[in-house]
Design a protein around this ligand. Structure first.
Ligand code: ZN
Ligand code: ZN
Ligand code: ZN
Length: 360
């Protein structure tokens, strides 16, 4: 068991997007944030009334992609019945004064991750997960190829009601959109600026730091040790080609990011053998999270170099990654009003707790 660290109260600047910061306030007496209710998970393999279960294929739109292509499916991609973006309407661009509008054009698809209704990601075989991300890669390529108006294809997963999942059956979603999401845009912009200053990818620098950095910070007046930074302090899981890291300025208490160890901007260019390692790191990371927080409700989403022309020169400065954001508390008015996320758990302590989990 890891000892609780001394209390901290500090504003940490996001090293990738310096305009974003997080208040880490772990001091005793800090009012605990309202916790998300833990809901009992439906662990059944098959639910007759569920449109995403095997045998109920007629209740969803036809498959756009399946794996395997013949026989009982393991993974299916279908159109979303309630798309947030669609191509069904012909809208003209109406702009008036400050009310600028971009047409809500795009595609919205559902990836049924697994035939078993209530399975968690950490319970899926790594081979299955590798196949899942391979199929997603294929579909993303098709979406980009089909329409040059699409600037970004976002893969994300909502798991649990607190994370916005409306259908209990495990699934993720692909949204092909006419704009690059603002948070990704910020990462692209700032990592490019970092590259132009340092001739190095900021994500690669962070990985190097997480793997090798060791330092002691002394108080200038008293000479006392203010903070000791240990080797691998932010490391959660490591594979041959991927690493899971707890961000120094985590917005969510249990947030973890997975990145390729070798520089790679575009997820679509990640070869199959690397995806196998990615799947293993993801499965183990999710098992750690499940062990520590129990029945995690979370969102994960993939940030990769967009295919749109505006970002062609970001291949050296951007580094693709998966951000896993467990929902353990509800954002407060302070957070919404200030844009400053509050973390009541020190990221170093959270990383140590996750690392300490003994997996087989
Ligand atoms: Zn189901
Ligand atoms: Zn890099
Ligand atoms: Zn990101």
């Amino acid at each position: 068991m890891t000892d609780a660290p001394p209390p901290i109260r500090e504003i940490r600047i996001n090293p990738i997007v310096p305009t974003e910061s997080v208040l880490v306030a772990t001091a005793r007496g800090m009012r605990p944030r309202e916790a998300e209710e833990r809901v009992a998970r439906d662990t059944r393999n098959q639910v007759d009334t569920c449109p995403f279960c095997r045998g109920n294929e007629a209740r969803t739109p036809p498959s756009l992609r399946t794996y395997p292509e013949v026989g009982p499916w393991d993974i299916r991609i279908v159109e979303n019945l309630y798309p947030v973006l669609g191509d069904d309407r012909q809208q003209s661009n109406l702009a008036f004064g400050l009310q600028q509008v971009i047409d809500g054009y795009g595609r919205h698809e559902v990836v049924i991750d697994h035939p078993h209704h209530g399975i968690s990601v950490h319970e899926m075989r790594p081979g299955h997960l590798a196949q899942l991300f391979r199929l997603v890669q294929t579909r993303m390529g098709e979406l980009y190829g089909a329409d040059p108006r699409l600037s970004y294809v976002l893969l994300f997963k909502n798991f649990g009601r607190a994370a916005g999942a409306s259908i209990a059956h495990t699934h993720s979603q692909l949204i092909a959109m006419p704009v690059v999401p603002q948070n990704l845009h910020n990462e692209l912009h700032h990592s490019r600026a970092y590259f132009l200053r340092h001739n190095q990818c900021v994500f690669c620098s962070l990985i190097d730091e997480a793997l090798t950095f060791e330092a002691t910070i002394y108080d200038r007046q008293s000479g006392a040790v203010r903070r000791r930074i240990d080797v691998g302090q932010y490391l959660v899981e490591r594979g041959e080609r991927f690493v899971a890291i707890k961000p120094f300025a985590s917005r969510f208490e249990w947030e973890v990011h997975i990145l390729p160890l070798d520089h790679q901007a575009d997820f679509l260019q990640t070869p199959g053998e690397a995806l196998a390692d990615f799947a293993a790191v993801l499965q183990r990371t999710m098992a750690r999270l499940d062990w520590v927080i129990g029945g995690a409700q979370y969102n994960y989403f993939l940030h990769s170099q967009p295919r749109s022309n505006a970002f062609w020169d970001h291949a050296t400065s951007f580094h693709w990654h998966l951000e896993i954001c467990p929902r353990t508390s509800i954002p407060t008015g302070f957070e919404l009003g200030s844009g400053l996320f509050v973390s009541t758990l020190s990221p170093e302590y959270a990383a140590a707790r996750l690392r300490a989990v003994m997996l087989d």
